[in-house]
Design a protein around this ligand. Structure first.
Ligand code: HAM
Length: 437
């Protein structure tokens, strides 16, 4: 027997039953992005590895351990993108979008990280990502957070709460880094290998360690909040005032440092208690230094990304609705003549009733088998076309749900009849006939 090729660990197939939740998330998100004047940008999945090293930071888990890299034809190193921000900044610079301009952008797509897969953590996962360039004040920070809060409301998602922190400017963080280095050096014997390496490279990253043995040491470390510079404090207070005014609840978490190096000032995370240990559903922050760091003209910037797998799980667990996708009308075509005419008649109904979901039983099986499939399909009505019906210029319409008896319907009135029959059971507005036809 031929051997089956196994799927890759941490890379999921999204089957049709699941895909309709994704479609709902995506369509709601696109509508919300449009409400805030965010425009779509699409960037490559593959970039030079150097881009991510420079943007995300050499000592981060992502760059140290998780990137999927491959060799380019000329020997250079390429990487599958582990996140969206670096590529969008690269694209904004490459395309000259950042000369005294402001942009609100979003992208939707797969990201790749070689993490240990578990519930809510995958090697190919998907992000909805929003980024704003050219806005300096805390009002854009607030608006981005309001936009994410609106998304939760539109999706019917509760059980998420917001955590905030400020990382200060590059300068104040550099000063804090030295304070931290001193603290962890004094406890060097208690550190693990990763942390010892980071002590030299970037001691801030130790705060991000997931090693439970270090939790106590990290909890007692000096706090960034005590080393914040004045303008950053003002910025943070401005953001908090706007969130308070908008009625958005949050907690300030001074240990929130984020797993990527490019952040400055505001960082935030929406977390949930509904998904186990992978509790961050949407995270982001300001990265005012990144554009310059990647060779562009100085441009303030901020954004967030939401993990689509995690949000889909939340939608399912918290009872949000997915759009209906079962057929409403099922065409049973009995005999060769009906099979040929059926296609054409179904096309005419589709023309006349846009939005009506019609499944046509193709392939010429026996009448009984077709009827069984019609019953199982979830459709509201079956349309039966046999030689006898065609000879009389009618179709037999049989209600499958909602009661009623089978009736003959003249073919030229079929579309209107089906629109009425489906709307009567599925609810008004689900299948209205196009008035122009
Ligand atoms: P991040 O925190 O690394 O930030 O990822 C953002 C979100 O992606 C997380 O909150 C989580 O929901 C989801 N996520 C991350 N890794 C995985 C995984 N292995 N499996 C499933 N979901 C995952 C960023 O990526 C930044 N680029 C966010 C940002 C945009 N900051 C500014 N602009």
């Amino acid at each position: 027997m031929t051997e089956i090729i196994e799927p890759l660990r941490g890379m999921n197939d999204v089957l049709p039953e699941e895909a309709r939740w994704w479609q709902r998330l995506e369509s709601v998100a696109r509508a919300v992005f449009a409400q805030y004047a965010y425009r779509e940008i699409r960037v490559p999945l593959l970039e030079r590895t150097q881009l991510f090293k420079r943007a995300i930071g050499e000592y981060t888990d992502i760059v140290e351990k998780e990137m999927f890299t491959l060799e380019d034809r000329d020997g250079g190193s390429l990487a599958l993108r582990p996140e969206g921000t670096a590529g969008i900044v690269r694209a904004a610079i490459s395309n000259g979008l950042l000369h005294n301009q402001r942009h609100r952008l979003f992208t939707i797509g797969p990201m790749f990280r070689g993490e240990r897969p578990q519930k809510g953590r995958y090697r190919q996962f998907h992000q909805l990502d929003a980024e704003a360039f050219g806005y300096e004040g805390p009002d854009i920070d607030a608006e981005l957070i309001l936009m994410s809060a609106r998304l939760w409301r539109e999706l019917g998602i509760g059980r998420v709460r917001l955590e905030l922190n400020s990382l200060g400017t590059a300068e104040s963080r550099a000063a804090y880094r030295e304070v931290l280095r001193g603290y962890f050096q004094a406890h060097e014997r208690a550190l693990d290998d990763d942390s010892r390496r980071r002590l030299v490279g970037n001691p801030l990253r130790i705060l991000d360690s997931k090693n439970p043995a270090l939790a106590g040491l990290i909890a007692a470390a000096p706090s960034l909040a005590d080393h914040l510079d004045g303008p950053s404090r003002e910025h943070f207070d401005g953001l908090r005032a706007r969130l308070d005014a908008a009625g958005i609840a949050y907690t300030v978490n001074p240990r929130l440092v984020r797993g990527l190096d490019y952040y400055s000032r505001t960082v935030f995370e929406w977390v949930t208690d509904a998904l186990g240990s992978q509790n961050a559903v949407c995270s982001g922050g300001r990265y005012d230094g990144l554009v310059t760091q990647l060779g562009g003209t100085p441009t303030p910037a901020i954004g967030w990304a939401l993990g689509m797998e995690r949000v889909v799980m939340l939608m399912q667990e918290l009872g949000a609705t997915a759009p209906a996708e079962l057929p409403q009308v099922y065409f049973v075509l009995a005999g060769a003549g009906a099979a040929a005419r059926g296609l054409e008649i179904a096309e005419r109904v589709r023309d006349a009733v846009p939005g009506l979901r019609i499944e046509t039983d193709l392939g010429g099986s026996g009448f009984k088998a077709q009827f069984k499939r019609a019953d199982k399909s979830g459709a509201t009505v079956a349309v039966v076309l046999g030689e006898d019906e065609l000879a009389r210029g009618v179709a037999a319409v049989k209600p499958l749900r909602g009661g009623g008896t089978q009736q003959d319907c003249p073919l030229d009135g079929l579309a209107a009849h089906l629109a009425r029959a489906v709307a009567a059971v599925d609810g008004e507005g689900t299948a209205r006939q196009d008035p122009g036809r």
